[in-house]
Ligand binder design. Structure first.
Ligand code: FES
Length: 85
């Protein structure tokens, strides 16, 4: 299935790149051009990353339970709460 229409990148290509060692969104963006045109595919690319065992945040860390919890905790804190801290 095509994930990025602008650059004609499929989920298969993204999974293959991850299998070849790409472990961050930024690298996928650089190597494949995903989310570099209209940007509407970013969430879908991150979903494929998550399904492939790579963190969907920008950190590029492989998934483990503790990491997922820490990312979820950061996501629950609002912008203003982070600014105030
Ligand atoms: S659909 Fe991926 S950049 Fe437009």
């Amino acid at each position: 299935m095509i994930v990025c229409v602008c650059k004609s990148v499929s989920d298969r290509t993204i999974r293959s790149s991850i299998a070849d060692g790409i472990d961050s969104f930024d690298e996928l963006q650089f190597e494949l051009g995903v989310a570099s045109c209209c940007g509407k595919c970013e969430e879908s690319v991150r979903d494929v990353m998550l399904q492939s065992g790579v963190c969907a945040s920008r950190c590029g860390v492989g998934i483990d339970h503790q990491h997922v919890q820490s990312v979820a905790q950061v996501a629950q804190v609002s912008f203003y709460e982070r600014k105030a801290a």
